[in-house]
Design a protein around this ligand. Sequence first.
Ligand code: ADP
Ligand code: MG
Length: 318
Amino acid sequence: MPSEFDLIRRHFAHLTRHSVLGVGDDCAIVAPRQGYELLVSTDMLVAGTHFFADTDAEALGWKTAAVNLSDIAAMGGEPRWIALALALPQADEDWVAAFANGFSTCCAHFNVDWIGGDTTRGPLNLCATVFGEVPTKQAICRNGARPGDDIWVSGQPGLAALGLWHLKNRIVLCEPALQRCLAALHRPQPRIALGKALRRSASAMLDISDGLAGDLRHILTASNVGAELDEAALPLTTLHAAGASRAQSLQCLLSGGDDYELLFTAPPELRTQITQLASAALPLTRIGRITPNLGLVMLDLNGQAQPLAARGFDHFSA
Ligand code: ADP
Ligand code: MG
């Protein structure tokens, strides 16, 4: 049975590219660049709460890194360093090797140094802390949305929720939609390049981890504004094409979690500029606007304002 130190040496000690000192001492040493502020965020994934304990270890490794990197993307920053604390029920070396491989693949892909962590025995629990950099005073916070701003979302939120529904036998998806939904669920892509590109245009931003409508409320609260979403503008066709009814598509889009797409606001004068940041691989959709009156409503297909419930979207359920 490998010891804690064997596991660290074999699976957790990686070469670093932009750190003064990586794994092996009591602390890692990093030197943030001049003119930048440090962004720090921690995210924990608990077996049974955030993932099924039998989830593929490599995918889980990728996701543990990716959800952390996504928080840096959500501020317009560049992730630079990450530390991983994990509790493992047993020292299953194959599992650890696959998990470490997924985690380090994600780090390498986004040029992040894995600089340390902690390894202990306990119920399966994965916790990473990521450190990012953003040029001083350029971070995009949640409190900058202003009445009249457009509301935009990247990519196709709802796919991950649809994939989870399939795994829970709530829906039966067919290929190739199934693979796309499972990829969204298991291999989320932190939108780092987009976040950086939005530094000078987005007035407020966050990454969607708990559902578009619920997360939008965080921006509304922090900015002390309200919002109107246009039902006709919501990107539903892909979800519909995957086999979800209109009601199911709306529910996955508005209240499904785990998307890690960026939700942001920007003044209407910047529409052309923002549209130029979109690509076939990562579309950007304008889904509504910020209002001075508080609250979140959706303009339905007849242009009637419908309040969106504070929690969940049961009235949309099929
Ligand atoms: P200490 O007892 O001083 O806390 P540890 O024995 O826990 O140190 O860890 C030894 C080294 O291994 C440290 O540099 C620590 O950052 C690193 N380390 C431990 N677990 C992990 C892990 N899961 N991922 C990366 N580095 C790790
Ligand atoms: Mg320790």
